[in-house]
Ligand binder design. Sequence first.
Ligand code: PHE
Length: 328
Amino acid sequence: IRAEFSQAVQSVKSPADLEPIRVKFLGRKGLVSTSFERISELPKEQRPLFGKALNELKKELETQYQALAASFKDKEAAKRRIDLTLPGRKPFAGRKHPLLKVADEIKQIFTSLGFTIEDGPEIETDFYNFEALNIPKTHPARDMQDTLYITDDILLRTHTSPVQIRVMQRQKPPIQMIAPGRVYRRDTPDASHSPFFHQVEGLVVDEGITFADLKGVIQAFAHRMFGPDIKVRFRPSFFPFTEPSAEYDFSCVFCKGKGCRVCKNTGWMEISGAGMVHPNVFKAAGVDAEKYTGYAFGMGIDRIAMIKYAIDDIRIFFENDIRFLNQF
Ligand code: PHE
């Protein structure tokens, strides 16, 4: 039995080979057990000696068998053992897109100034995008904004200004709101144009609101966003939905030296338009133009982000290049 057992043990290659050996030698009907049953066949005086020898054999085989089984367990465990000296594997975590980060910051600044955050649809009607904003069908200003039409009457909003109308229709003054969102124009992409980009609309309506309030809020915003050294400049301009109208620029923080591509060496970055709400807009939205005045402004989120991060090509925001996005 001993010789047979050691031969069987030598042929073991995997843990699966173990069990048949246990059954054959150490099982209830195995060779050892059945040998015990045959003790009665021996003459009385030989029985104790034989029984003792058999017990020893049983113990010996059991010990060997257990050692063998344990050695397999150790090998398995070694494979699974954790090497604490290995460098860790970083879980891949997503992060906020730089435009979303800037939009969050803009929202935070305006809410701290008492503005609410409003929302409107990106698919708009001609009425909200143009008509109610004092831009009739024949108005040349429609050419200012190359519109992507879905039907004659339904379009992708070219600016966030339609949200002004929607809010004034559903809420009585005082109104002090911003509306961030995506807008669309039929533009060929280049370093400063994209067929879609992002704006924040601002609207404040109450009794006695003046252009000075508008300037003050834009100034306060610029300081919070870019620090006390930023300069704000208003230039006379025209929009059908504001009168008087202006465009405003922020000084380019990267233009202290030469060779600034972010604002093409002008020292200024055009942000958007602004002005006092036109009485025709109040009329279209059902606001009493005798009682209330208001100001409105736009704000290019992409442009703010370009100044903030010294980015000279708007297209990079929309390419989803992970090497770019990982930097924020
Ligand atoms: N809607 C204008 C644009 O997209 C910006 C603007 C907003 C101008 C509000 C005046 C008042 O260019």
